[in-house]
Design a protein around this ligand. Structure first.
Ligand code: BG6
Ligand code: MG
Length: 218
C-alpha cells in the first residue's frame, strides 16, 4: 500500500523553538515579566495567536485588540530576524539522511506545521525540494491537536491517513497525528511524548532499517 511521511518543522527539522523562545521572552520582558524555557514547552506546536494569549495570561496582562495585534507583529518581526540568518547548518542531525532515503524510495513527503513561516525556513536551510506538499499555518484553520493539518497533508499526498507516518516534537502534534489515525513518531523526550506510537530522542537514533520496516507494514 502507498505510504506517506509527514514532518513537523519546528523542533523536528530545525531547532527554531529557541528563536521562538527568545522572541517571546523579549516581548515578556518588555511587558515587565519573566518567561522561562520551561514555560516555552507549552508553546510548541501552538499557533502564534494562542501563544500570545498564553503569554499574556502568564504575565497577568489584559490587552486591547490593538495591543494584541501590535505584539503579534512585534514578536514575529523579532523572530524573522533570527530566521533571516538561518542556513543548512541548522538542520537537525540526520534529518537529511531520512529525507534522502524516502526520496530514493519515491515515498511522498509533506510538511505539516502550524507555522506561517514554514516555507521561507525550508528555503533558507535548503530542504524545500524534498517536500511534495507543504501544509502550514497559512492553510489550516484548526490548530493541533485537531488533526486537520495532517489530514490535509495526507489528502494532498494522495495517501490514506492510516498509511501516513508523522514525525512530531510537540504533545499537541502527537495528539493531532493520533486523532488523524496516523502512526505518530515522537522526536524528543519520551516521557513528555508518551502518547506517541514510537519514540526517539532525535533522528540520530533512527536507523534506516526502522524506516524500511515502516514502509513494509501492510
Ligand atoms: C509551531 C511552533 O511550529 O509554529 C510554535 O512549534 C509556533 O511554537 C507556531 O508558535 C506558529 O509559528 P509562526 O512562525 O507562524 O509564528
Ligand atoms: Mg514542532
Amino acid at each position: 500500500k502507498k505510504k506517506g511521511f509527514i514532518f513537523d518543522l519546528d523542533g523536528v527539522i530545525v531547532d527554531t523553538a529557541k528563536y521562538h523562545y527568545l522572541a517571546w521572552k523579549k516581548l515578556a520582558n518588555e511587558l515587565g515579566f519573566e518567561f522561562t524555557e520551561e514555560q516555552n514547552e507549552m508553546f510548541k506546536g501552538v499557533s502564534r495567536k494562542r501563544c500570545l494569549e498564553i503569554l499574556l495570561d502568564i504575565g497577568g496582562i489584559e490587552a486591547t485588540q490593538k495591543e494584541f495585534d501590535t505584539w503579534m507583529i512585534e514578536k514575529n518581526e523579532d523572530y524573522l530576524e533570527y530566521i533571516e540568518k538561518m542556513d543548512a547548518s541548522e538542520i537537525l542531525p540526520d534529518v537529511p539522511k531520512v529525507l534522502e532515503y524516502l526520496k530514493a524510495k519515491k515515498v511522498p513527503i509533506a510538511l505539516g506545521s502550524a507555522s506561517k513561516n514554514a516555507k521561507p525556513i525550508l528555503e533558507k536551510v535548503g530542504l524545500l525540494p524534498y517536500f511534495d506538499n507543504i501544509v502550514d499555518g497559512n492553510s489550516v484553520s484548526k490548530a493541533k491537536p485537531d488533526p486537520e493539518v495532517f489530514l490535509i497533508a495526507a489528502d494532498k499526498l494522495g495517501v490514506m491517513p492510516k498509511d501516513c507516518f508523522v514525525f512530531e516534537d510537540a504533545v499537541a502534534g502527537i495528539q493531532a497525528a493520533n486523532n488523524a489515525e496516523m502512526t505518530s513518531i515522537g522526536i524528543g523526550d519520551s516521557d513528555i511524548l508518551a502518547e506517541a506510537d514510537y519514540n526517539f530522542k532525535d533522528f540520530t537514533e533512527i536507523d534506516l532499517d526502522f524506516i524500511k520496516k515502516l514502509l513494509q507494514l501492510k
